[in-house]
Write a protein that binds this ligand. Structure first.
Ligand code: HEC
Length: 102
């Protein structure tokens, strides 16, 4: 259990450093790209949505709703887990980045 403080410190460093990261970095770090594709189009599963170039407000709202549980349709549960590590400020940054993806 001696490892625990080390792991905790590393996690805190990771989380606090990413709070200042830009949208592109967050998109990779928060594993969005694993499911939605590096380009926001080549999705992991055929029933996962392409999100590149979507309207910024819509992206923000869907992320917030999946996080809160207000949106629990379809495959929303697949994404809900990761939203625990995405803050509201990070949602805004990522949404801005995704909306500008070509
Ligand atoms: C484990 C896979 C997974 C991860 C990781 C994931 N998502 Fe999703 N996401 C999904 C799935 C599946 C849906 C569709 C849910 C449904 O069927 O309603 C979705 C839905 C969305 C939507 C709404 C799309 C629409 O057209 O309504 C947005 C925006 C989105 N994700 C962005 C993100 C971002 C940004 C991240 C990173 C913080 C992320 N997702 C991480 C699987 C994932």
């Amino acid at each position: 259990m001696k490892l625990l403080p080390v792991v905790t410190a590393a996690l805190v460093a990771l989380v606090s450093s990413s709070a200042f990261a830009d949208g592109a970095k967050l998109f990779a770090e928060k594993t969005c790209s694993a499911c939605h594709g590096k380009d926001g189009k080549k999705t992991l599963m055929p029933d996962y949505p392409k999100i590149a170039g979507q309207n910024v407000k819509y992206i923000e709202k869907q992320m917030a709703d999946i996080k809160s549980g207000a949106r629990a349709n379809g495959n929303a549960a697949a994404m809900k887990g990761v939203m625990v590590i995405v803050s509201d400020a990070e949602i805004k940054e990522i949404a801005d980045f995704v909306s500008k993806m070509k």
